[in-house]
Write a protein that binds this ligand. Structure first.
Ligand SMILES: [Zn+2]
Length: 270
């Protein structure tokens, strides 16, 4: 049984609430050169209240097939005091973006043994907060500098989105990448843009783990019902138990999200 995920990169999405009430054509200002390699419907989804991100350039394509959660090198290490210190640096002067990240950091400090610390010269591996096109992150520790992007003046600059991206950097994939997800949701590939279908593929349980936790349709790492939709009136992901159920959210970590986080890093007392 597999649950949330640990490994490389991914995309995400921000669901403000159920169904999008705006219609958009796919041709909006997308940076297609980037989307071609990275992924995704940043453009489309953003307009719909879904912010999609992905940095598949480094991790996804190159590492997904060979790795996993259990790859020690992608874990951030814990010190003797029981904390996982993660150096970070702001490489954007966008105040709203910094605020979203700062608020997200507070969530992790409160709910887990993860501690974000300002990067010093002696720190080799660190997270650089940038404000690029879209919100994205690699999955797991990459070695050296790794970016988390929260686009300014977009749905990206929200605390819940920053939490989502940080969870990727901590090694978690999207919830619907679990290999048991078809027991809980139905994915309509016919309504998903071809260049986004890869994001809906499940990952091998050999490479990932969910720490024994059950599938969480409301995880902050779950896609929304209309993620990647061609026909915006039709859901791409539907709950099996209740077809009108809203999937995913970008407000806060669920209890399951928090449990898996603390299991992954063996945080004591949270
Ligand atoms: Zn994501």
């Amino acid at each position: 049984m597999l649950k949330k995920i640990v490994i490389l990169v991914l995309a995400f999405l921000h669901t403000l609430s159920g169904r999008p009430n705006v219609r958009i054509r796919r041709s909006i200002e997308c940076d297609h050169s980037k989307l071609a390699i990275a992924d995704i419907g940043l453009c489309v989804n953003q307009q719909l209240g879904f912010t999609h991100h992905v940095d598949e350039r480094k991790s996804y394509h190159h590492r997904q097939r060979r790795v996993a959660t259990k790859v020690e090198s992608q874990l951030w290490s814990k010190n003797n005091a029981g904390y996982v210190n993660i150096p970070y640096k702001y490489d954007t002067d966008k105040q709203e973006v910094q605020t979203a990240f700062t608020n997200a950091i507070e969530v992790f400090h409160k709910k887990s043994c993860i501690r974000f610390i300002p990067k010093k010269d002696t720190h080799e591996d660190y997270i650089s907060l940038i404000s690029d096109y879209g919100c994205y992150s690699s999955v797991g520790r990459q070695g050296g500098r790794q970016n988390i992007s929260l686009q300014s003046n977009s749905a990206c600059q929200k605390t819940g989105v920053a939490v989502h991206e940080i969870l990727h950097a901590l090694g978690f994939y999207h919830e619907m990448k679990r290999n048991d997800r078809d027991e809980y949701v139905v994915v309509d590939y016919n309504n998903i843009w071809e260049n986004r279908r890869e994001q809906f593929k499940v990952l091998s349980s050999e490479n990932t783990t969910s720490y024994g936790e059950s599938y969480d349709k409301h995880s902050i790492l779950h896609y929304g019902n209309y993620a990647g939709a061609i026909d915006l009136d039709k859901m791409t992901i539907k709950s099996r138990s209740n077809s009108s159920e809203t999937l995913g959210q970008r407000d806060q970590m669920t209890e399951t999200d928090i449990t898996e986080l603390n299991k992954r890093f063996e945080c004591q007392g949270y």
